[in-house]
Design a protein around this ligand. Structure first.
Ligand SMILES: Nc1ncnc2c1ncn2[C@@H]1O[C@H](COP(=O)(O)OP(=O)(O)O)[C@@H](O)[C@H]1O
Ligand SMILES: [Mg+2]
Length: 408
């Protein structure tokens, strides 16, 4: 089994996926733009070869460079994989060209273009927010009149809630039109009130082999807009509970409608107060910000390896035990510059330490990260508990009782 793995070292989780592939017996050839010597040790050990390209974000150039290198050495591949969103289309094109099984470009586009995504799901009878594509101020105005307020304006190929705005009236729309001037194409959508969840899967051989539902507290747009909160994502021990049944079913229906074959998926959906479920978005990749570690801690399994087995052999032998609710809590320091104090941590650990499975806060002296650019912010803790109420309390306590201060 020879696997061409795009971006084997970035984002942060990728070296573990590289290792997962090696562990299930694949011969892994990495493609990236960093020098081989600069790759993390775990990644270097997993790769049998590495193909360095000029600029991984330049899709056409990378496509050509990879193909010419492969031709030169006469190598063949059984799989082309990536778990990084910007490379999903590149992977699909290479897969098609090299004759490997899996998602083709005409399928991948539904995971990258949020209007095409909703168009295909509408055709399959799935409830999406009312929506329109807009490339100019006038098209945005026309879309707003058609859809009605409140609405949301967001990039058609966005990520991390960047350039995403709630709009309540015409006046605000005019402001937002100015704010998104640099975004070539936007999606204008009906604003859906309610709670927000994920639906994550590992698929293999055209079937979901594992699924997970996580709850965002609060909604990602609020996480990204309000600095003082400590956002949480809670991977639920019981994704089969009644309240989530319609969302779960929608998740399976979406995968079928988009004809997803193998690999991770990360979908987001809304649960309204009246019980209606509405589709949000879906990516052909693993969720970011350590969501995979939460799934692993929830089930005491290794989905880095599980994913590798699924894409290579169409099966999943990792045990799915559903033992814990797992919350991750992200911290943002108060003040700017370098971290100068972490308050409340010792007391928290003395009381709750047995439930903390990972703690990764920036150390005193480190420069703050840009909380708008990375949900991981100035660090995080992962806590787990079999009971949801207890898990939420552990998470809320970490949010309120542990504080980082920066300054100077
Ligand atoms: N139609 C909508 N109604 C309400 N909130 C929305 C809507 N679309 C997006 N949002 C909010 O904006 C966030 C980011 O939008 P999303 O479509 O998930 O894009 P991305 O995560 O790729 O930036 C969502 O998690 C949600 O909080
Ligand atoms: Mg999203």
């Amino acid at each position: 089994m020879r696997v061409l793995f795009l971006a084997p070292n970035f984002p942060a989780e990728m070296p573990h996926f590289s290792q997962g592939l090696a562990e299930v017996g694949a011969t892994v050839v990495g493609v990236g733009q960093h020098p081989k010597e600069a790759l993390p040790e775990k990644c270097r050990r997993a790769l049998s070869n590495y193909l360095r390209v000029t600029s991984i974000m330049d899709e056409e150039r990378t496509y050509q460079e990879v193909l010419s290198e492969i031709k030169k050495v006469g190598a063949g591949f059984d799989r082309v994989e990536t778990l990084w969103e910007p490379l999903v289309m590149l992977a699909a094109r290479l897969r098609e060209k090299l004759g490997c099984p899996g998602m083709r470009p005409h399928q991948a586009v539904a995971f990258r273009d949020k209007e095409e995504m909703k168009r295909r799901l509408d055709a399959a009878g799935i409830r999406t927010p009312r929506h329109a594509r807009a490339e100019s101020a006038d098209e945005m105005r026309a879309a707003a009149e058609k859809i009605g307020y409140p609405l949301i304006v967001k990039p058609i190929a966005g990520a991390g809630s960047a350039d995403t705005y709630r709009v309540d009236d015409r006046q605000r729309l005019e402001q937002v039109i100015t704010l998104v001037q640099h975004v070539p194409v936007v999606s204008v959508e009906e604003f859906i009130e309610g709670r927000e969840f994920t639906f994550d899967t590992v698929c293999g051989g055209g079937r979901p082999l594992f699924y997970n539902i996580a709850w965002y507290r609060p909604r990602p747009l609020v996480m990204r807009t309000v600095q003082w909160i400590s956002p949480q994502v809670v991977a639920l021990r019981n994704p089969d509970q009644d309240e989530l049944a319609d969302g779960r079913q929608m998740g399976f229906d979406v995968l079928k409608a988009l004809d997803y074959h193998s690999g991770f998926t990360h979908m987001e959906w809304f649960l309204k107060d009246d019980g209606e479920v509405v589709f949000g978005e879906i990516g052909a990749r693993v969720g970011g910000a350590r969501l995979i570690d939460q799934m692993n801690y929830s089930n005491d399994c290794d989905l880095y390896r599980g994913w590798a087995e699924a894409v290579c052999y169409g099966r999943l032998s990792e045990p799915v035990q559903r033992r814990y609710n797992v919350a991750i809590i992200f911290k943002r320091a108060q003040g700017e510059g370098r971290i100068r104090q972490i308050a409340g941590l010792d007391r928290y650990l003395a009381r709750y330490g047995q439930h903390v499975v990972t703690l990764d806060l920036l150390p005193v002296g480190a420069h703050r990260r840009d909380w708008k650019q990375t949900l991981v912010s100035d660090g995080y803790a992962i806590v787990r508990h079999p009971h949801l109420d207890s898990c939420l309390e552990l998470a809320d306590r970490f949010g309120t009782d542990v504080q980082l201060f920066a300054g100077g």
